[in-house]
Design a protein around this ligand. Sequence first.
Ligand code: ARG
Length: 572
Amino acid sequence: MSRFRRPFAEALAPAVELPVDEVEALLGTPPRPEMGQLAFPCFQLAKTRKQAPPAIAAEIAGKVRATGAIQDIVATGPYVNAFLDGRAVAGDVLPAVLEGGEAYGRLDLGKGRAVTVDFSSPNIAKSFGIHHLRSTVIGHALVNMLEAAGYRPVGINHLGDWGTQFGQLLAMWDVCGDEAELEKRGIEYLLELYVDFNKARDVNPALQDVARAKFKALEDGDAEARRLWALFRKVSLDEFERVYGMLGITFDDMRGESFYEDLMPAVLNELEERGLLSESEGATVVDLEEYELGTALVRKADGSTLYLTRDLASAQFRKDTYDFVRSLYVVGGSQSLHFDQMKKVLELMERPWHADIEHVPFGLMRFKDRKMSTRKGDIVPLKDVLERTIALARETIVKGAEEKGRELPADLDELAHRIGVGAVVFNDLKNRRVRDVVFDWDEVLSFDGETGPYLQYTAARIASMEARHGRPITADVDFALLDGPGELALVLALADLPEALRRGIEAGEPSLVSDALLEIASLFSTLYSNKEWKVLSDDAALTDARMLLAHGVRQALCNGLGWLGIAVPARM
Ligand code: ARG
């Protein structure tokens, strides 16, 4: 709609007596297509004009002349509504979609500038849980969206491969570690040790001191501690890589927290020199009370460093290495204070780019009412979730084929994979990210409703129409055949895709793209569910016109789903 908002705002501005930008920002969409495509509300003018909004609307509508794609301007109650010329709009938008092809919707906002995206970043020796799914899926979508908008995204996996949990693992390893077992069971075994440690410590609190000493030994370079750490790291990475493989995700930079160990003294020295450090119960802190950010712990009493200290170093490293214009951290909302502290300390260290750092938080993911928790070991590994979803998708395909008496698709495995993974990913990305996600297998995999499979199915259905159509799709059609209100609404939704991408990047919000795709699919389904409205018919001119429209829908869905990290099967 964006490309048609501007002309309407320009036409209105003189009569409204507000700057064009302000008028444009106020424009909305009427509730029904019969009421026009754009609406300017007059409420806010009532005060200065000392008139009722409907009277203002009537006055403005009387003054403004329709031009170009704007066919008519009408006062409707307190609104001034614009009717767009469906033929002109379709003639403008659909050839652009066809010509754009896979590039339709892409933007040149970034001009090649770098944006780092810290995402996924699971912790070594803890299973890759469903709670890491959110960061992985949201971050991956943001990387793709940034790329589509002309930025140079740098996907960073900041592996949690350092910290006191390794002390805990090593402490437990001394009690019952078994390399043969580790070899056999991988990360699951490590997780078990971690859970056992927590249980043992509840009985024997002194174990915490052993763990602390173990981590200190690791930091000090103790050979056996380092050897085991490297082993745990490798076993964990192998498992993470399997999950990334299933999701089709790669990273540009996979550096663990351990990488920053050597940079710690420099960070602490600078903080010291700047007079930012103080002591608190033996530990070293940056006092941020005056900013209402508590105290930021940077070194423990035993000298070991912390998550925050390593993040201060990694922030600088990223600036030096990538020269980002934005630096995103896709991490759960529970770490807000951590990132606020990090930004504040960088500000106090006079790094002007602290302002380019953005925490991109998100809500929890729950299976109905069960909250995932690593500490209790009550955790559903992501790999299992994906495998189960793929298996269910496969069952659905097989059942569908049996019911219809059709042969099984030759690419059954590939198809089940795309549908299963797409279902999990879209379920995560369809709502505003700060909201909690409830995971419900039946709903996630449903072919109707706001789901990944529904969008994939809509695109695949159009692909099979294109195959039946058999002729190349051309923009040389009679656009007057596409000027119904349903068609116009759909064409405008297609025109909105680039704007959804732009706003999605600005807000770090993939769901804005999801919304745009759901809108497109639902407007298409509304047309398509009408028995009178067929894409393919004996009327060649009508078929060509509708085919161009349907093709645009498929193209927009494929492009947008691609940005979200969802592959579209050729047929379903
Ligand atoms: N490993 C951390 C966790 O699982 C997330 C790390 C996020 N990235 C960062 N630079 N702090 O909670």
